[in-house]
Ligand binder design. Structure first.
Ligand SMILES: *Cc1c(COP(=O)(O)O)cnc(C)c1O
Length: 440
């Protein structure tokens, strides 16, 4: 056994019997992607400083890692975490809590906190993420049982969707035509979710904001920012968006936050949402942080670097599957606005195999094989590879696919580029052994 490897290629060949053709594919891809990688590194550097400055300007100190008990009144760390988020995102106020259970919860309390019976709410980036359809009350399960769970539909909120245009971008004319002076809230989902489209660019969101606020500056523009944080040097909140929300087990948690979600934006909106997070009258004043402040902040500090690793892993994966003749989204070299790489496998066995390879290359639960299952809130069965330190964390290397045509796998995350790259090599190796891809 040779422990003195200095060359990764030799290591892979000896330890994993990796085909040179796969390595050639990877090295060529990295050469071609060099300018994109460099651009991502510039963004990482700027975001690293932005996060650092926020912590310095907020005078973060070790006492902020302490926490209280019971009601959680005057938790110094909780207030500091929220101040730092507001500084990073250039907003007036934030809610950053470990008891926001996931991204859906963050978005859901945003909508339920801001909308009242009779209000009109428009999703202006087409059909939203599966679990949000359930919150709105428009997916097949809640339509059968629309008086269930207190959906927006059940509360009498009027709902409209503006589909994306032919190029899968925002249809600005259609948005202009459907937004009325009386519209209360217009929402955009930046990332693809389980759609097959590139993420909505910040330029598009900026243009849409201007159109909407020209109709009526009181209309609340909201962005589901899941998977978008730190992909660019600025955020939706920097370009006219009033409120945005996301998950701490995605980008901004940096792989360290154990749980949680954030909401950030205008102070009066954040306050209204806080009454839905806890209850009317109590709002943001209560809520224990369970010792998570350190994790949340250390994660935020690492997030620019982790997002960079995830982005590069996504670029590499997209480039290589495109080269192998599969359809991918976003296309290689395109500008990115989230960390997702979708690959259209057109075949249920291929999509399951790909997810299983990613799981097998994970640090946790590598010896178990994921199978499709009925996830709560989703319409179809989903196969999910997530061998993560934090259960379900998708800023860690993960791949998932709803079992429906055309069998698209969504690949995301990677705490280190080296891990993303290695997992991809293993997946290519498995797919080629099974005859699903052809390396010649
Ligand atoms: C992940 C995600 C959500 C929220 O999902 P959770 O699993 O509830 O955190 C919402 N919208 C988009 C676009 C997402 O990617």
């Amino acid at each position: 056994m040779n422990y003195k490897f200095t060359n990764f290629e030799n290591f892979l060949k000896e330890e994993y019997n990796t085909d040179s053709k796969i390595l050639e594919l990877v090295y060529n891809a990295e050469n071609e992607l060099q300018s994109k990688f460099k651009q991502a590194d510039e963004i990482k550097q700027i975001n690293q400083c932005k996060v650092l400055q926020a912590m310095q300007d907020a005078r973060l100190n070790a006492s902020h890692f302490d926490w209280s008990s019971g009601y959680g009144y005057d938790d110094p760390g909780r207030a500091k975490v929220e101040e730092i988020y507001s500084r990073v995102f250039h907003t007036e106020a934030s809610l950053v809590r470990p008891n926001i259970v996931n991204g859906t919860h963050a978005i859901s309390i945003t909508l339920l906190g801001l909308l009242r019976p009779g209000d009109e709410f428009i999703e202006a980036s087409g059909t939203p993420y599966d679990t949000l359809k359930t919150v709105i009350g428009t997916n097949s399960k809640s339509e059968q049982n629309s008086n269930f769970g207190g959906t927006l539909h059940e509360y009498g909120v009027k709902y409209k969707e503006v589909p994306l245009n032919k190029n899968c971008g925002l249809d600005l004319d259609a948005i202009k035509n459907s937004v009325k002076k009386s519209t209360r809230l217009v929402a955009f989902q930046r990332s693809t979710g389980y759609g097959y489209r590139p993420a909505i660019s910040l330029d598009e969101i900026e243009a849409a904001c201007e159109i909407i606020h020209n109709i009526n500056p009181e209309i609340i523009v909201m962005v589901d920012n899941c998977y978008g944080e730190f992909v660019n040097t600025y955020e939706p909140s920097d370009i006219g968006v009033d409120i945005m929300a996301g998950s701490l087990i995605k980008n901004p948690g940096g792989g360290i936050a154990l749980s949680g979600g954030y909401i950030t934006g205008k102070r009066d909106l954040v306050e209204q949402i806080s009454y839905r997070l806890t209850c009317p009258g109590i709002g943001a004043e209560c809520g224990l942080t369970y010792g998570q402040n350190r994790h949340v902040l250390q994660g935020l500090f690492l997030a620019p670097s982790v997002v960079n690793s995830a982005l590069k892993s996504a670029m590499l994966t997209g480039f290589i599957f495109d080269k192998l003749g599969l359809e991918v989204c976003p296309a290689p070299f395109s500008e990115r606005s989230d960390i997702i790489q979708a690959i259209k496998f057109q075949n249920p066995d291929a999509v399951v195999s790909f997810c299983q390879s990613i799981q097998a290359a994970s640090p946790v639960d590598s010896y178990v094989s994921p199978n499709p299952w009925d996830m709560p809130g989703y319409d179809n069965q989903v196969v999910m590879a997530s061998g993560a330190f934090v259960s379900g964390s998708s800023i860690e290397l993960s791949a998932d696919a709803p079992l429906r045509e055309p069998y698209i796998a969504y690949f995301q995350g990677g705490l280190t580029y080296e891990h993303g790259r290695f997992a991809l090599i293993m997946a290519l190796q498995d797919l080629s052994k099974k005859g699903i891809i052809n390396l010649d």
